[in-house]
Each structure stands twice: as structure tokens, then as C-alpha cells.
Design a protein around this ligand. Structure first.
Ligand SMILES: *[C@@H]1O[C@H](CO)[C@@H](O)[C@H](O)[C@H]1NC(C)=O
Ligand SMILES: *[C@@H]1O[C@H](CO)[C@@H](O)[C@H](O)[C@H]1NC(C)=O
Ligand SMILES: [Mn+2]
Length: 445
């Protein structure tokens, strides 16, 4: 069946609507049949004479270009069919040119869908080999901490690092119109992927699932190895800044230790629904001394060890109940002030960010972000979910409004992919937070 008879058949197929029949005849009269299949089928439904005139005008003005050579357009002149020929070329696919069979030059490109997955497509490098400490320089490094044997409820955060890498596959170069708290914000013109800073993925520290003491020591040595490299293109830093991918919250103790040894006492900004400064006597320690170090006590130990600057650290997003009556006093003794989840209703994201900035000033800051600071509606895939939390948008607005702080290290913890939705809801939220960390690090460099 040729094109013409297809069209003449159409009114019959459509049940004999008179208007349809007239339209088809109009198509015929308009000498459409040199056009593409699409043009022939849809005819003046889309390409009315007025539309054709508009398109011609746009070509003349340079607002529309056609997949044909300039002189071809000239040759076809003002005739309508020039557009049909152009569309026809594009649609029929006759003109596709395949590379030579042995040409693989286009197969080396980054793929959003396939490929070995690193965080945000940053290059994978070997950061643990002491022979590379001198020669391999980088400014920001990702490091996975696949560990969840410090959890008190749901496990699964050991799969967090690769869950986050998977969810970061659509991350990459580009500016976004929402960054920063105003149009003048430098964040709005900051793109970590093309900032000139060397950003790498150091992979994961292999952490044994059989003995937490050994596992945490492995992580410490891994973190320390990263900090043994030098910064590459940074203006203000001689050492790399590490972004850790948890893992349950216990891993932050070792990240803080190595960051403290590199940058001195840290102003810790702790986003979480739980205080995590629990006295080991209250949480875990009654079972055994070994059990006293866990994802709810790590800040007690960090404060005791001196990693935490007790005059400028704070929690944000807290809403889980205390365990013992002594908890509030003990929390204060660890050096933390508190913004609760419901302060969002009174202060708003910008008010909260202002309080955090006031507290940390120009000190070196470490942000540790437990994904359970978000409401389980936004982050269900986590170990100890607490309802009544912040939305994803509120949290990124808080983070972006921290523009200007001196961020030297960060982590996202407690993402448990096995409990996530099949849409990667929790991991995607976590990736958005890491995107904000990267921008904060780059913008103040
Ligand atoms: C870092 O600086 C060097 C030397 O100026 C340059 O060759 C390199 O491309 C820079 N790295 C990045 C990631 O832009
Ligand atoms: C700790 O915080 C206080 C208050 O912001 C600040 O004066 C002090 O310099 C900080 N210490 C360090 C080592 O950053
Ligand atoms: Mn936590």
C-alpha cells in the first residue's frame, strides 16, 4: 500500500467522519507527498501553511536550523516541501553514518546507565598505597565505610556506600537554578564537576563484619591514608577533604579522628533525629565494654577524645526521645547545643542555617548527616526511622544556606539500601545532600 492510498483509506478506517475526509483531501491538494512519513500522516494538523511560514521565518532569523546544508535550503527556495525534505531526512534514518567497524573512539565516554560505578563518575584511584602518597594529589575524596555492626535496630547500612554510588549516576556537571539562598549566591555559579579541583573516589575501606574493634581500626587507617596525600589544586588547603559514605553512624568516630589529626578540633554540625552523645553506660555499655561503642554513643567518645570543639558544635533535627533522665545534661557536657526537628516550624530553614553559622563561625567544620534526620516519608531506608522529620527540600535549603562555612570533612550515614524503596528514594535524598557538601567545599575554596 503506498502512501497515497493509506491516506485515502483513512476516512474509512476512522468511520467516515466528513471533516476528516476533507482534511485528507486538503493534504493531497497541498502537495504533501514528498514529505516524510510523519508529515504525510499528520499533514496540516501540525504543519499548517501558517506554521510553515513561521518556520521559514525562524530559519531566516537563525532561530531554527535544519539538518540539511545551507545551500540545499536555498535550492529548495520558498517551497513548503523544503521542510518536509528536511524532516524526512531526519526521520527516515537513511542518512545515518556508522563509524568504521574498528573505531571504538566513542565507546570510552561516561555512561549514565552503564559502566563501573564511582561516586558522581569521579575517577577511581588507589589512595591506600603509601607509594602514591607523594605523587597522587587530590582535593576532595570519597571514601566508603561499609559497616553496620554498630546498629541497634535495622541493619543494612553496610550496603550504603555502593547504594549511594548507584544513586549518584545522574550526578554530574552543570549549574542549577536553586542553589544558594539568593540570586547573588556564589553557589549558583558553582559546579564541583568543573571547578578545577581534583575530586576522586577512593573506593571502600574493607571493614571486617566480625569484630568492630578491628573494623573501626581499619577505617581509621584508611582515613589516615587519604589525609597522607596532599591537596592538588586547592587555594586554601594543603590536605584533602574527605567525604565519607556510611555505614552506620559509628563510622563517624574514625572519620572525626583522622580529620581532627589533620585539621585540629572540629566544630561538628550533627544532623540527626537522635542525639548520639549517649553515655555508653546508658546505651550498650551495660552489655559489655565492647558494646559501648556504637552508633548512638560515638559522639560521647568523640567529645571525650577532644575531636569536638565543645564551644561551637551543635545538633540539628533532633526529635527522638531521650533514654535516661541524665541525657540532656550529658549531651550538654559533650559540647552540643540543639536545634530540634520542630524548630523548622518556627525558624524556617534560613533561620536554622543562620543559627548554625553563628555557632561555628570561621572554625573548621565537620558535617555529619544521619539520613534519619529526614522524615521517613523522604528517607525510609534507614536503621532507626523517626517520624516528624524534615523534608528533603528543607534540608537542602539549610545546607545551601551554610555557604561560606569552612567545611573540612563530611559524611552521610545510616542509609540502608535493603530497606529503601525500589525507587532509591533514600539514596537519592542522600546524594542530594552530598551534592550540597561538595558545593560548600568548592565555593569556599
Ligand atoms: C589542576 O591543575 C593542573 C595544573 O594547573 C591542571 O593541569 C589540572 O587540569 C587541574 N585539575 C583539574 C581537575 O582541573
Ligand atoms: C572552638 O570554638 C570557639 C568558639 O567558636 C573558637 O573561639 C575556638 O577558636 C575554636 N577552637 C578551634 C581549635 O577551632
Ligand atoms: Mn545517628
Amino acid at each position: 500500500m503506498n502512501l497515497k492510498s493509506t491516506l485515502l483509506f483513512a476516512p474509512v478506517v476512522l468511520g467516515g467522519f466528513l471533516e476528516t475526509a476533507e482534511a485528507v483531501i486538503a493534504v493531497q491538494d497541498h502537495a504533501m507527498f514528498e514529505g516524510s512519513f510523519m508529515d504525510a500522516v499528520y499533514g496540516p494538523l501540525v504543519n499548517t501553511p501558517e506554521v510553515l511560514e513561521t518556520k521559514r521565518e525562524m530559519v531566516r532569523e537563525g532561530q531554527l536550523s535544519l539538518p540539511v546544508e545551507e545551500d540545499e535550503i536555498e535550492r529548495w527556495g520558498a517551497h513548503h516541501s523544503s521542510f518536509y525534505k528536511a524532516s524526512s531526512k531526519a526521520l527516515t534514518g537513511q542518512s545515518v553514518k556508522f563509524p568504521a567497524d574498528d573505531d571504538t573512539s566513542d565507546l570510552n565516554h561516561m555512561s549514565l546507565i552503564g559502566g563501573l560505578v564511582t561516586y558522581g563518575h569521579f575517577p577511581a584511584v588507589d589512595c591506600f598505597n603509601p607509594e602514591n602518597y607523594e605523587s597522587l594529589k587530590f582535593d576532595i575524596a570519597f571514601l566508603g565505610a561499609p559497616f553496620d555492626t554498630g546498629t541497634s535496630y535495622r541493619p543494612g547500612a553496610r550496603f550504603g556506600p555502593n547504594g549511594l554510588r548507584q544513586a549518584s549516576r545522574r550526578s554530574g556537571s552543570g549549574l542549577t537554578p536553586v542553589r544558594g539562598s539568593s540570586k547573588r549566591s556564589k553557589l549558583r555559579r558553582t559546579d564541583p564537576w568543573s571547578s578545577g579541583l581534583q575530586i576522586v573516589d577512593c573506593g571502600d575501606v574493607p571493614m571486617t563484619p566480625f569484630d568492630n574493634r578491628v573494623a573501626l581500626n581499619q577505617l581509621y587507617r584508611g582515613q589516615r591514608a587519604l589525609h597522607s596525600h596532599s591537596a592538588s589544586n586547592s587555594t586554601h588547603h594543603t590536605k584533602p577533604r574527605v567525604v565519607s559514605l556510611g555505614g552506620d553512624h559509628t563510622i563517624t568516630l574514625m572519620a572525626l579522628r583522622s580529620a581532627y589529626e589533620t585539621y585540629g578540633p572540629l566544630s561538628v554540625v550533627h544532623f540527626d533525629s537522635h542525639i548520639d552523645t549517649w553515655d555508653p553506660k546508658v546505651l550498650g555499655g551495660a552489655v559489655s565494654h565492647y558494646a559501648g561503642v556504637n552508633h548512638g554513643t560515638f559522639l560521647h567518645y568523640a567529645a571525650e577524645a577532644g575531636y569536638v570543639n565543645k564551644s561551637s558544635s551543635m545538633h540539628a533535627g533532633i526529635r527522638a526521645p531521650y533514654i535516661a533522665e541524665t541525657d540532656p545534661q550529658h549531651d550538654e557536657d559533650c559540647g552540643f547545643t540543639m536545634i530540634t526537628a520542630r524548630d523548622m516550624d518556627y525558624l524556617g530553614p534560613l533561620g536554622i542555617a543562620a543559627r548554625i553559622k553563628e555557632r561555628v563561625g570561621t572554625n573548621p567544620v565537620y558535617i555529619t548527616l544521619d539520613i534519619d534526620v529526614l522524615d521517613p516519608a523522604y528517607a525510609p531506608g534507614t536503621g532507626t526511622a523517626e517520624v516528624g522529620g524534615w523534608t528533603t527540600r528543607e534540608l537542602v535549603t539549610v545546607l545551601d544556606a551554610l555557604e561560606g562555612i569552612h567545611l573540612v570533612g563530611a559524611d552521610v550515614v545510616e542509609v540502608s539500601p535493603p530497606f529503601d524503596t525500589n525507587t532509591e528514594l533514600t539514596s537519592l535524598a542522600a546524594v542530594q545532600m552530598i551534592d550540597s557538601f561538595l558545593s560548600l567545599m568548592v565555593v569556599s575554596d
